[in-house]
Ligand binder design. Structure first.
Ligand code: PGA
Length: 245
């Protein structure tokens, strides 16, 4: 159960969230919880999550370890701050910040090198789905970008399937559609010789009303949640439902 806070919350709001959230999930040992706040909130989140099983992640990282790259943050810096995960290639970064399959690959390798688990986002646009190109686009994103990973690296990443038309829109993929794409990604990875079972999350307008039907599908290993992860009560309810699924 991964939460992507996007560009929401200050450090003080982060601390307040955890104060409210921690007691609500005291008994939730049954699923892995990852919260990805803005960089500036990571120290507050790490301090607040100490002593719990909640993991923290960044929402992006730069591929160089350090250097003259004004405004960027590297994998080793994120790791040193206490995070364990990093979202890579979110569609908002592809759409607004020039992210490409090539830069997604560089960031993914950098995350792995820093000891972070990359949550690599893939997903089709509405026009792709309407044109029946979902499979082709997904195969391309899986094969062109992260295809540069070797089998061992590939086996260490988490993939998040997020249809772009479902993000923040209130329209989610049906459990059948999501399951079909997850199968396709697993098949593509297996054909490449990736060992073991890939961990694949679904993301896009997940909420307390649809999470159970999505996670009822064995093809889905979890969810990546934006808007519904911002409120402590709501996120605790979702995590509880996810753990029960
Ligand atoms: P959403 O966002 O849950 O608000 O649709 C998901 C995401 O962007 O990861």
């Amino acid at each position: 159960m991964a939460g992507n806070w996007k560009m929401y919350k200050t450090p003080a709001e982060t601390a307040a969230f955890f104060e409210a959230f921690r007691p609500l999930i005291a008994a939730a040992g049954h699923c892995e919880i990852v919260i990805c706040p803005p960089f500036i909130d990571l120290p507050a989140a790490v301090a607040s999550a100490r002593g719990t099983s909640i993991r923290l992640g960044a929402q992006n990282l730069y591929w160089a370890k350090e250097g003259a790259f004004t405004g960027e943050v590297s994998g080793p810096m994120i790791r040193a701050a206490g995070a364990t995960h990093a979202i890579v290639g979110h569609s908002e970064r592809r759409q607004f910040f020039g992210e490409t399959d090539e830069t997604v690959l560089k960031r993914t390798v950098a995350a792995l090198d820093a000891g972070l688990t990359p949550i690599v986002c893939v997903g089709e646009l509405l026009e792709h789905r309407e044109a029946g190109r979902t499979e082709a686009v997904l195969c391309e994103q899986c094969l062109k970008g992260i295809a540069g990973l070797d089998e061992r690296q590939f086996a260490q990443i988490v993939i998040a399937y997020e249809p772009v038309w479902a993000i923040g829109t209130g329209r989610n993929a049906s459990p059948d559609d999501a399951a079909q794409v997850h199968e396709l990604i697993r098949f593509t990875a297996a054909r490449r010789g990736v060992p073991g079972r890939l961990s694949i999350l679904y993301g896009g307008s997940v909420n307390a009303g649809n999470v159970l039907s999505l996670l009822a599908r064995p093809e889905l290993d979890g969810v990546l949640v934006g808007g519904a992860s911002l409120d402590a009560d709501g996120w605790a309810e979702l995590v509880g439902l996810g753990g029960a699924a």
